[in-house]
Design a protein around this ligand. Sequence first.
Ligand code: MN
Length: 743
Amino acid sequence: MGQPSNVAPFKKTEKAAAVAKPRARFLRQYELVEKVKAYQPDADEEALGAAYVFAVMKHGEQKRHSGDPYFAHPVAVAGLLTDLKLDQATIMAGLLHDVVEDCDVKIPEIKKLFGKEVAELVDGVTKLPKMKEDEGVTRAQQQAENFQKFILATTKDIRVLLVKLADRLHNMRTIEFMPTDESRLRVSRETLEIYAPLARRVGLSLFAGELEDLAFKQVNPEAFSAIVKRLEELVSDDTSVLDRIRSDIETVMSARGVKGELEGRMKRPYSIWRKLETKSISFKDLGDVFAYRFIVPTAEECYRAMGAAHQQWAALSERFKDYISVPKPNGYRSLHTTFLGPGNRRVELQIRTAEMEAIAERGVAAHWKYKNSLYGFDAEAAREAGLDAEAELTAFSEMLKHGAEPEEFLEHAKLQMYQNSVFVFTPKGQLVRLPAGSTPLDFAYAVHTEIGDTTIGARINGQERPLRTALENGDRVEILRGKKPAAQPHWESLAVTGRARSAIRRLTRSAERGEFIAIGQRLIEHALRRIGLEPSEVDQQEMTERTGFERADMLAEAIGRGRLSTADMLEKAFPGLEDPGRSAEHNPDVDAPSLIAGGEMTAGVTMHLAECCSPLPGDRIVGVLIPEKGIEVHVIDCARLAEYEGVADRWIDLRWKPKADSEVKAVGRIHVTTANRRGALALLAKTVSDAQGNIINVKTLKRSPDFFDFEFDVEVESNRRLTQIVAALRALAVVDSAERIKG
Ligand code: MN
């Protein structure tokens, strides 16, 4: 009420502010200018003032949800940017960041008044014009497109990101004024999923930590207040302990001649929450709720300080990290150590220089300085300090280049932000960045889909290694390839990247389908012969149509998967013809179709060795078609086979492929009774492994004063091997009896 609609430039701004009765005092124009001039003395006072006044004028009578005049927001954003000591153009962009979106100002006008540089920054943080919902654009699509535009601008100029983060931080600081729960939650989730991780990525942990806590409080208020309460209790309970830890560290350091400043701090609620969430530990086991930071003058003294601590207290060696020699990808440098301090209490200590501290808190923003008499971002110095902001954002710009749809891009970006990276090399020395925990399969698919599809093995640093091996920084990875796509179904669980996993799934699905079709074709051929028809003389097309399928391969797949029995197929295709396969009992006089185990069926895909009788290559075997699963393989005398007596058309004659023993890993079960004597089990285990069996499971069945009963599961390549193992066991003096068990 009574607020001047047209605030005149300069001095009257003070009056405007007074009239609006802001909730919180905000930076006056001269204060803002002073803050900038404190670190950039040659800043253009008039340009800064003009941007300030323009923002105040344009936002006019607009109000924030808090009741503050709207312009308090861009002024606060500019203030946050001066805290980071950013250049004049960035501060002006902070002041002007909302005038295009909210005040009907166009970018060319900004360009004319404030120059190209400022205009481009403002354009970068401005959302696309709102589209109407009746044009069929959803909010999710709109959000995704805005995010894509913003990332594109950020990859061109990192300052766009910094303005956006300051904007988001101020919005989060005032989030309780947002009108609905729904809007508070939406903005908070977006903050946790996108903006806080982006801030971490460029090392701006000061903003990231606050963004996380503010958003966490909205998204999970109960957990937030529970953690805050417990932290407060801890401090009041432990004041004396904390004081003692503090003074002991100080005493030890000065006794060993290390000068520095010690600072104790409590961890942030959100970071505690993340630990509780991801490490399945309870609050009281958390231990490191407090951390100490020791700031010393030089890097050399960091190591001396650590030496001093380790001489006094026992270090937990697995917790020692040297981020000075090997900085984190966002440029973070520090020593971390945890030791058993006074009173055997775990103490976490971070040791670094003041410069490292600045980078730890402000990351990319710590690299604004004068160079060639111009104040701005020193990319070179940042890179030397280990921070390559461009590389940090490369993953996103790569996705942009590959033309991902905005929504897909946003999804991938969210995933990307939660993953730490590992950097590895191709044999030609090309750097490949992968999420931590990646295996050679992820690497292969990251290089090229075709390479991934034909992977059969990998050499890491010249040595052949299993495909499950997690890659480490600096590994040189060479992929061994076969001629044909050859993904194994269990490989999907070895890969961590979405790209590799979906490619492997696609590959095994199509291989599986191929096997089911082949099995189906064999079953169909056999069924036709059963009723006296020669498959080559039957009109396949007509048979397919009569059974209600579009194509012959679809019919074969349905038969192979057991969705349609051959008996039902024959009845539909050739009504009236008598089918001996229909008889209620398995009739040994009627041949079952024959397949080759390990041939057209891959173990684990369409072929499953039954656990009841554990068939081994070399055993006489028989198969039963289990709908949707594939073929279950039993030894010919397995008792379980009685269950399938009534389904004659699901029986399949099987024999092993000649070389099955080199391709199928099967597990045989041995029952052993031994004298109850010390070392008996060790002797049995040694005997089995000497006979080239690999014990994968041992079960003690009975134990009496005189005897032990064991059951061993032994991985072997054939039934002959198992027979040899059983014989070797029987030869032992302690063994009373040993035999293979089936079922
Ligand atoms: Mn804003």
